[in-house]
Design a protein around this ligand. Structure first.
Ligand SMILES: C[S@@+](CC[C@H](N)C(=O)[O-])C[C@H]1O[C@@H](n2cnc3c(N)ncnc32)[C@H](O)[C@@H]1O
Length: 274
């Protein structure tokens, strides 16, 4: 998560170039300012936003991840490079058949990278937030991936119930759902807390939304699946025990992210890819 920025004074001559030279922005943020237009022509307002920890990515409406431009707005969580570990886990799985689901897709970038890894991959992606889905749709169209990534609005697995029941192929579920307990806001950076969507960050006890998802897996009687989950590393024991109780016929493994945190779990159904 991002660290708070030091305050930046607006120098006498007010241009974006001054802002880049004088501010405490990171090199990545300075490059964004230099390469993309900021719509507000009021430089004082831009300084005020920056001094209020407003992410530069929201100002220029883009984030660059893995050399790919992803459109963003304050309706979506900013793409995080550590979350790409989910793409690696799902793309490198021994089971190369089946379909992918990206539940809580946000800006759509995880679906986009799964699609880019293999043009035969089909991904069904959903989000409960319609404004996020509009951003995901723009990204998918900009990158020409509309034949591979299919978007549906709705909560968790509901939008895909019929597809899941109909298709008897292996199902890969990519899940980066909210996992910060609202009582533990200190786990996230100040910029994230102030400006990124709380509906993308918070869930009761760090696990409530995943509990609902496990209920749906049981209720819809889903078989032949694997979950690739990003979780709160602080809650790993708790979530493992909830999975063991709710999805008994599965094997659970944990995996490190690029910062060596235990941030991912894979949960493999015993009928997966047989
Ligand atoms: C942590 S963000 C992750 C977004 C994106 N996958 C990423 O990695 O940047 C969680 C996303 O889940 C969505 N979400 C929250 N509750 C949901 C629900 N019940 N069903 C589907 N999506 C949900 C949020 O709107 C948000 O876009």
């Amino acid at each position: 998560m991002k660290t708070p920025r030091k305050s930046t004074n607006n120098p006498k001559s007010n241009t974006l170039i001054d802002l880049v030279i004088n501010s405490k922005l990171s090199t990545y943020e300075k490059n964004l300012v230099l390469n993309y237009p900021i719509e507000s022509i009021n430089i004082d307002f831009v300084y005020a936003l920056i001094n209020n920890d407003f992410p530069i990515e929201y100002l220029v409406k883009r984030s660059i991840i893995n050399n790919t431009e992803i459109l963003v707005s304050p309706d979506v969580l900013l793409p995080r490079s550590e979350s790409l570990g989910l793409v690696d886990l799902a793309s490198n799985d021994h089971c190369k058949q089946g379909i992918f689901f990206d539940i809580g897709t946000g800006s759509g970038y995880l679906s986009i990278f799964i699609a880019k890894r293999n043009k035969n991959n089909t991904i069904y992606a959903s989000d409960i937030n319609l404004k996020a889905l509009l951003i995901a749709q723009s990204n998918i169209i900009n990158l020409g991936l509309q034949n591979q990534v299919i978007l549906k609005p709705g909560s968790l697995l509901h939008p895909f119930r019929r597809i899941i029941e109909k298709k008897k192929v292996p199902k890969h579920f990519i899940l980066n759902l909210p996992y910060i307990d609202p009582k533990n806001v200190e786990e996230i950076g100040i910029s994230t807390y102030k400006h990124e969507p709380h509906s993308a960050l918070f869930t009761v006890g760090s696990v409530r939304i995943y509990e609902k998802l496990f209920d749906q897996i049981t209720m819809f009687n889903i078989r032949n699946y694997k979950l690739y989950m990003e979780i709160n590393p602080q809650s790993i024991k708790k979530i493992k025990s909830i999975i063991a109780q709710n999805l008994p016929n599965t094997k659970i493994s944990s995996h490190h992210d690029i910062y060596n945190h235990n941030r991912f779990l894979t949960v493999t159904d015993k009928y997966f890819c047989m």
